[in-house]
Design a protein. Structure first.
Length: 615
């Protein structure tokens, strides 16, 4: 029997060949028919599609239009059809007359007589290429969508209308360490923080009942580490044309860092609120010179009111007395460079005209426009305590100085009397007593000087001073009182300055005495003198313990002493350099120090030749 092509169209009752030909020509499908005698008919639609003649299609000529990759499968289906006569359907690619292969759905049906013998084979093919391409495009689109959903940083999920889970993306499964099967249904609830479940389920159930989108924040557990992180979960219903919910689509976004930041901000704001309400520190926000916000403490300290603040009548620059202008400008220059200000002491003129000693610090909030938050500490109690201390020192010094003067005079009188009577031992004892009285007198004098400096009553005479002569006298006097060190002077100034001879002598005496005291293992102190047309420079160098770098900026402060951890026996009140620095400043000069730990220190004093002393 001649092999018959495959046709997928089923005919319910046996028809003769003539009738099938008429039907074949009327159908828009490719169709061919074979009878039990091997006669095959190909309709015009089939011949037009393949571009083959009736003769070309005979004797399996049609087999050549099947795509080579599909022939094996097609042959198997065909053989089964010819053997069993059972209906079939298969999709295969057929070559069109222009040489292009297109997908076709091929169907075949066997027609039987009353004795169940096959009398006709009827086969059709319909072009399904566009449909297949569309389906393939949909599959590829779905694949790309699934791949995209799996790599985005959010959780993506799909739930049934009743709220049970249907799908979750790979990121969600990786984070929860749960499989798709474990998440399905209500399994996803297990990953939620127990404390959040009642609240979240209430939101979810409300969304399911109302069909409205929702969002809720809750914690989800990392299935690998056990850690809980905060997520923002959003749900959106997908409805059909009638408004029936078909699916719920949702996302989960990790907001843990944001939540932590918000919590830190909340705590910071709470601290700031507590700080602003503090009754210890005055705080005000300034834009340029104008105070725009202030806490009650600052207003109470300065006597202003909230109404004054509201009317913008508080100006910190106008509150600053003229004598603090330079210091304030320096502080604000630091603020401009560093965005913060080292606290410094000043005074504010209060609303009633009184003055308030304060300690002020500030931090820049923004640059344009300039906003600065200022911190103000009432310094009046400390200032009052310092004043009382200075008054006490001044009073005690005066009270001690009077009997010391009398005592020294009596000692000197007794020395002369004993010397006339040649009582040498008693005279030696009195001499030692006189030395100690001198030390005590010098200490009291220094305390008086500190009191005068703090009270602004330190005065310096204005008289010509020969520097070389003054240094010579001081070195000669000190050399007579020390047997351990040799004081060596290098260079000469050959210049005179205008100033206070006794006060400058006090400075150089202090520097040389310190050099001797702080170099116990050395035997030399060097004094170098140089000059120029503008100034004279005196340097005092020792070869002693040196000064640690962290102490060099403090040694000119009141009551500060250099400490040697290896030899803590150095004594003193720590006021000599403080007084010296003030005296040098009043002469328009400068005092500085360079030091190498363990090798010694060099103090350098520069004094102008033409500038008058400061009063």
């Amino acid at each position: 029997m001649t092999e018959t092509p495959f046709i997928p169209q089923v005919i319910s009752a046996p028809l003769d060949m003539h009738t099938l030909r008429v039907i074949a020509e009327a159908t828009p499908l490719n169709m061919w028919v074979a009878d039990a005698h091997g006669h095959i008919y190909y309709n015009t639609q089939w011949r037009d599609y393949t571009g083959l003649s009736f003769e070309d299609l005979q004797d399996n000529g049609w087999f050549g239009i099947i795509h080579p990759d599909d022939r094996e499968e097609f042959s198997c289906v065909r053989q089964s059809f010819l053997t069993t006569g059972e209906d079939f359907r298969v999709e295969t690619r057929l070559r069109r007359k222009d040489g292009i292969y297109r997908w076709h759905a091929c169907r075949g049906s066997a027609q039987r007589d009353s004795d169940d013998n096959i009398v006709l084979w009827v086969m059709t093919s319909s072009d399904v290429d566009d449909k297949r391409r569309a389906e393939q495009a949909v599959r590829e689109s779905e694949y790309r969508l699934r791949a995209l959903v799996d790599v985005i940083p959010q959780f993506v999920w799909v739930h049934h209308p009743d709220g049970s889970a249907e799908y979750s993306n790979q990121r969600c499964r990786d984070y929860t360490n749960m499989t798709s099967e474990q998440i399905r249904g209500d399994g996803w609830i297990q990953s939620m923080h127990p404390d959040d479940r009642p609240r979240v389920l209430n939101v979810w159930q409300t969304g399911v009942q109302t069909g409205m989108p929702y969002e809720v924040e809750h914690r989800i557990q990392n299935g690998r580490t056990g850690e809980y992180r905060w997520f923002l979960v959003r749900g959106m219903p997908y409805k059909d044309a009638q408004g029936t919910i078909l699916r719920w689509f949702g996302t989960g976004t990790d907001i843990d860092a944001q939540k932590r930041t918000e919590e830190a901000l909340r705590q910071s704001q709470q601290l700031a609120h507590t700080f602003m309400n503090s009754n210890i520190i005055g705080i005000f926000l300034a834009e340029e010179d104008e105070v725009v916000e202030a806490n009650d403490t600052f207003l109470r300290m300065t006597g202003y009111t909230q109404d004054d603040l509201y009317r913008r009548e508080i100006n910190w620059a106008r509150m600053t007395p003229p004598e603090y202008t330079t210091l304030t400008q320096q502080a604000h220059q630091e603020l401009t460079l560093r965005q913060y200000m080292t606290p410094y002491e000043k005074e504010y003129v209060c609303k009633d005209g009184s003055r308030l000693p304060v300690l002020v610090g500030a931090v820049t909030l923004q640059l344009n426009p300039l906003q600065v938050i200022n911190f103000v500490l009432d310094n009046s109690a400390r200032k009052e305590l310092e004043q009382r201390k200075d008054d006490f020192i001044s009073m005690a010094s005066h009270e001690l100085k009077t009997p010391l003067t009398s005592l020294k005079a009596l000692i000197q009188l007794q020395q002369r009397k004993l010397a006339r009577h040649n009582v040498q031992d008693a005279a030696t004892t009195l001499t030692k007593m006189d030395t100690q009285v001198d030390k005590l007198t010098r200490l009291i004098g220094e305390l008086l000087d500190v009191s005068k400096i703090n009270a602004g009553r330190m005065e310096c005479a204005q008289e010509p001073i020969e520097i070389d002569e003054l240094l010579g006298e001081i070195v000669e006097s000190l050399q007579q009182t020390t047997e351990t060190h040799r004081i060596v002077v290098h260079g000469t100034a050959r210049k005179s300055i205008v100033g206070d001879r006794d006060r400058l002598g006090q400075v150089f005496t202090n520097l040389i005495t310190n050099a001797i005291k702080y170099s116990p293992q050395a035997d030399t102190v060097e004094v170098d003198v140089t000059s120029s047309d503008e100034m004279v420079t005196i340097s005092v160098r020792d070869f002693g313990i040196g000064i640690p770098s962290e102490q060099r900026t403090k040694i000119f402060e009141r009551f500060y002493r250099v400490h040697d951890v290896h030899d803590p026996t150095f004594k003193g009140l720590g006021i000599g350099l403080y007084i010296s620095a003030d005296i040098v400043k009043r002469h328009g000069g400068n005092i500085s120090v360079e030091s190498v730990l363990g090798k010694g220190s060099t103090f350098q004093v520069t004094l102008p030749l033409t500038r008058q002393s400061e009063r």
